[in-house]
Design a protein around this ligand. Structure first.
Ligand code: SF4
Ligand code: SF4
Ligand code: FES
Length: 234
């Protein structure tokens, strides 16, 4: 069924002297389409200069995170029909440098995620299936798609404190689960450092908004428990 909707989009270019403002676009569309589909329609038919990020269209690449009616969500898997009323407000993720309109620079997210941490791990369940010839084992990616929603929602990160943040601490804890000896001690030291888990106030916003069930707050609690056990806790 077709529905008339308005997308109220925060628009700004950091290099411009024009202050940020909201621009409203009206579309008559199938309410079952995603916010990302609607943005692409606006970009192709109404406003080619509208900036937003996207790639996979199926919650795998993590590029389309934005505030949708004030909450961190992925635009590609959020449907227009999820919202009552005719107007949906879109804003860029707070806590990241703005590139333009809805597009942000994700570089701060990666600052504390060491590129040596291995995001692949052995698949836990092959369902009793035999591996194909020539394949020694299956591996699967970690759930985190590095969308930044947790960092954007975290009140501590939002206060501008030098916090590693929920995504980096979740990645650290995942690496810790695969590490022993000296390497594990170094990771724990990093987690227990001044920028580490001690700054988390357990507001749980990170776990609430994570679209891929990483539950960063649970990882942070794991780290806290382990640090106390190791005598390195706050
Ligand atoms: S639980 Fe910790 S990391 Fe997660 S949002 Fe709250 S303060 Fe931030
Ligand atoms: S932990 Fe979840 S919310 Fe945070 S970056 Fe990864 S996928 Fe996104
Ligand atoms: S476009 Fe890839 S997660 Fe949304």
């Amino acid at each position: 069924m077709k529905k008339k909707i308005r997308l109220k989009i925060r628009r700004h270019r950091p290099e411009s002297k024009t202050p940020p403002s909201f621009e409203t676009f009206t579309l008559t569309i199938d309410a079952d389409i995603s916010i990302l589909d609607a943005l692409e329609m606006i970009q192709s038919a109404q406003e080619p200069t509208l900036m937003f990020r996207r790639s996979c269209h199926h919650s795998s690449c993590g590029t389309c995170g934005m505030l949708i009616n004030g909450e961190e969500r992925l635009a590609c898997v959020t449907r227009i029909s999820q919202f009552k009323g005719g107007t949906i407000t879109l804003e860029p993720l707070p806590g990241f440098p703005l590139l333009g309109d809805l597009a942000v620079d994700m570089a701060p997210l990666y600052k504390d995620i060491d590129e040596r941490w291995n995001y692949l791990r052995g698949a836990e369940d092959l369902g009793g299936k035999k591996l194909p010839e020539g394949i020694k084992r299956f591996e699967r990616f970690e759930n985190c798609i590095e969308c930044g929603c947790c960092v954007s929602a975290c009140p501590v990160a939002g206060e501008g404190k030098p916090f590693m943040g929920p995504a980096a601490l979740a990645a650290l804890n995942t690496e810790l689960q695969k590490t022993t000896g000296k390497g594990a001690r170094a990771l724990l030291k990093q987690a227990g450092g001044e920028r580490g888990e001690r700054l988390c106030n357990r507001a749980l916003a990170c776990s609430r908004v994570c679209p891929t069930a990483v539950y960063p707050a649970r990882h942070i609690l794991d780290l806290r428990t382990r640090l106390r056990g190791d005598g390195q806790g706050p």
